[in-house]
Design a protein around this ligand. Structure first.
Ligand code: ATP
Length: 752
């Protein structure tokens, strides 16, 4: 009997191996075809008219995209097979494949026909008789696992699908990069991934419930299902930090999607990579929606009424720019309702007209001559005094200049934010050349809205550059030259530097993909926005994101209990109410795939002891409970090093993270680097080392085989008493947690 089963299994394996070999053959064939097509297009690229060049460009980027997709899906190309009651047999994989004469070989996991692979249960088999998981190493099938969805093989509700395949996936060593879960998506996750596109969908879930994984697979699904609509508009994925973006950046390419724009909160304003905001008070002051009025007032303050009338020289004559003229021109300009830089045209036109009239009357009375108005207008326009006076009254401004000056000049800040106390003003003031921080990003964006394009004499500088940029490099370069020229022509030298302007209009040194064009364009309207670790966002940050997607189509994932920033929301309702009222759908994920049960329970205890209302997800992994090592103050760093050494032995090639309060990252990092040369990571790309030292903020969303938390009380204190950071730190390991502490232990940890 046993022999028969073994023979059957071997036969099945042979069948699947043959089929999978056929799939890879077809993939190789398609790659060769696309490579040849691309080469043919490139060969013909050097000559021809501009239009035929653009057409070739379009073809070339189409082939490049397709080739990139074909190259990205090699790993675990196929992972499932469905056998239906009506005798159909469907292979499920990363992309759809068909023979040359259009016979289906494999369906894309996102296709409707593949849905049952994730959703079918014994209770609701969806026409499926058997679901088979194919487990591959390289291109070879090494194992098969079947779920038989037979009515008389009743499984419990909530059963994990393909438990063997799932556990195998979970037991892989961490690599420092997130990988996709396409072969083992669970039913509650799949329902969210395939939810309809419109509206705001919030996915709340405890640590390790797959929120990030679900968010990324949803992006891939939406791009597939709504390709026409989203291809052009694009999907934006926003995460908290650049380490997090690095951690997740390979998932979508592995799913065959390359056209997604990924951005951390620090990079949302094109041309600025903001530094972290270390000062919690400053972060708080800049986070609230009252900043909308502050920025608006700051812009208005730059439309200045001079203290007195000004006499200006025009050649050998004099004209007077009266306060009345400036006020009239300003009122008219404001009444256009246009942004500052665009309304400036109206301001300048009216002021110039009045001054021209004055000059005309003056010449008429002194010499009796009636002069041609157009000559006079030209004289006025060219006069240096006039240009300077009008610039001072209504300066063309970039968002960077406005915000830098707002926070470096006391009188600007006091005037724009009269509600702030002197101590708060002091806290906000900084040197003019201080770098922008992540808390400034929404203010820059707000300023950009109110200022509009740097638009002079009807030359839509930015719009022109954008249009050009989307053509070819040659054309774009040419546009930039023109732009500088036209700026000089209209005499804004000294007001806007070429560098500031190219900030606005950075041109990439190669043909831009839609994603790149979107990244560079602040006003790009995305078709969908995915926000990860969304509990951290301040109201001003939400405002920026809402602007990026006027259709308000969002997938928002996060965990309110893990909030660690000074400006985080207390509930999803609070966070979203100002923008969508109550019009959002809340989904929940309930299974923790990362943290072993005993460690997850300890983290929950710490959170509950601090009064956080959290739902504890069910953990699927087993493992040891955490171990707390008590030392005296002087022994903390040395013991942390010892612990890391010991953990490296145990995890045997896996990753170890040391999570420590922000202000000690450097110290602990240096000690570890000395003790374990070549093994310890520092800097943004530190996650590819075997040992990494991180603040809790940087560890957000990441995971490691083993975690050593150093001085937990300090993690509590750095967020002003909240346990969010400690909760995050404790829930990062997939296997083991060690805690090193000299000071008191936060409640809940003291029992270990
Ligand atoms: N269906 C699944 N199959 C295999 N692995 C999964 C599945 N769902 C989640 N995982 C794994 O569980 C881990 C945690 O997932 P993820 O990082 O998406 O969780 P999260 O909810 O975003 O966590 P946190 O809130 O703590 O950042 C990852 O390693 C992910 O690959």
């Amino acid at each position: 009997m046993a022999e028969t089963v073994a023979t059957m299994a071997a036969e099945q394996l042979a069948v699947e191996r043959a089929y999978v070999a056929k799939l890879y053959d077809r993939l190789d064939e398609l790659r060769a075809e696309k490579t040849e097509e691309l080469a043919a297009v490139q060969r013909s690229e050097s000559a021809g008219s501009h239009q035929s060049r653009s057409e070739r460009d379009a073809f070339a980027s189409h082939y490049e995209d397709r080739l990139a997709q074909l190259n990205a899906v090699d790993h675990r190309l196929v992972f499932g097979r469905l056998d239906t009651h009506d005798g159909d047999r469907r292979y499920v994989g990363r992309i759809g494949l068909a023979t040359e004469d259009h016979q289906r070989l494999m369906v894309d996991w996102r296709a409707r026909e593949a849905g049952a692979f994730y959703q079918a249960t014994a209770q609701n088999p969806m026409g499926i008789r058997r679901r088979r998981h194919l487990i591959l190493e390289g291109r070879e099938v090494t194992a098969l696992e079947d779920d038989v969805l037979d009515p008389d093989m009743l499984a419990e509700d909530g059963v994990l699908h393909g438990e063997g395949a799932l556990l195998a996936a979970l037991n892989q060593k961490r690599t420092g990069r997130m990988s996709d879960i396409v072969a083992t998506i669970q039913a509650e996750q799949d329902r969210i991934i395939r939810a309809p596109l419109p509206g705001v969908r919030v996915v709340q879930g405890g640590p390790g419930t797959g929120k990030t994984a679900v968010a990324l697979h949803r992006a891939a699904y939406l791009l597939y299902e709504h390709r026409e609509r989203l291809r052009k508009a694009g999907v934006l994925i926003v995460g908290p930090s650049s380490s997090f973006m690095w951690y997740i950046e390979r998932v979508l390419p592995a799913l065959g999607e390359t056209g997604v724009v990924m951005s951390s909160l620090a990079e949302l304003f094109p041309g600025v990579v903001a530094a972290p905001e270390r000062d919690a008070q400053v972060a708080r002051l800049k986070s609230g929606l009252d900043m909308v009025d502050v920025v608006a007032k700051a812009v208005k303050d730059r439309q200045k009424l001079p203290d007195r009338d000004q006499v200006l020289r025009v050649d050998s004559h004099r004209v007077t720019l009266t306060r009345r003229i400036v006020k009239r021109a300003r009122d008219k300009a404001r009444a256009t309702g246009k942004p500052h830089n665009e309304a400036r045209n109206t301001f300048v036109k009216i002021a110039l007209r009045e001054l021209t009239e004055q000059l005309g009357e003056h010449l008429n009375t002194t010499s009796g001559n009636v002069m041609d108005r157009s000559y006079l207008a030209e004289d006025i326009r060219q006069a240096r005094d006039v240009r300077v006076a009008l610039n001072l009254a209504w300066m063309p401004l970039s968002p960077q200049t406005l915000i830098a000056q707002l926070f470096s000049k006391r009188h600007y800040l006091e005037s724009a934010a009269p509600h702030l106390s002197p101590a708060q003003v002091d806290a906000l003031l900084r040197p003019a050349d201080a770098p922008f921080t992540v808390a400034d990003v929404p203010l820059l964006d707000e300023a950009a809205e109110l200022l509009g394009d740097l638009d002079e004499a009807g030359v839509r500088v930015r719009a022109d550059a954008d249009r050009e940029r989307r053509k070819s490099l040659d054309n774009a370069e040419h546009a930039i030259e023109n732009m500088h020229q036209s700026l000089e022509d209209v005499g804004v030298d000294g007001v806007v530097t070429a560098a500031q302007l190219t900030d606005f209009n950075a041109v990439a040194p190669h043909r831009m993909t839609a994603a790149e064009a979107a990244t560079a364009d602040r006003t790009w309207a995305y078709g969908h926005v995915v926000v990860d670790e969304a509990q951290e966002l301040s109201p001003m940050q939400w405002r920026v994101l809402m602007r990026r997607c006027p259709m308000k189509s969002f997938t928002v994932v996060g965990d309110i209990a893990q909030a660690g920033s000074a400006t985080a929301a207390l509930s999803w309702g609070d966070a979203l109410a100002p923008f969508v009222g109550e019009r959002f759908v809340l989904d929940e994920l309930t299974v923790n795939y990362r943290t072993p049960a005993a460690i997850a329970e300890a983290a929950v205890e710490v959170a509950r002891a601090a009064g956080l209302a959290i739902s504890a997800p069910r953990a699927v992994r087993d493992g040891e409970p955490p171990i707390v090592v008590r030392v005296d103050d002087a022994g903390v760093v040395g013991t942390a090093v010892e612990q890391v050494r010991a953990e490296l032995e145990v995890v045997n090639g896996g990753l170890v993270a040391v999570i420590v309060a922000e202000d000690r990252v450097q110290e602990v990092g240096t000690a570890l680097a000395r003790a374990l040369p070549g093994k310890v990571g520092a800097g943004v790309r530190r996650l590819d080392r075997q040992v990494v030292v991180l603040s809790a903020w940087d560890a957000k969303g990441l995971e490691f085989d083993s975690v050593v938390v150093v001085e937990p009380q300090a993690l509590v204190e750095e967020t002003g008493g909240g346990v969010g950071n400690l909760y995050v730190a404790m829930t990062r390991p997939t296997q083991r947690l060690r805690v090193v502490a000299a000071r008191q232990l936060p409640a809940g940890l003291d029992r270990f």
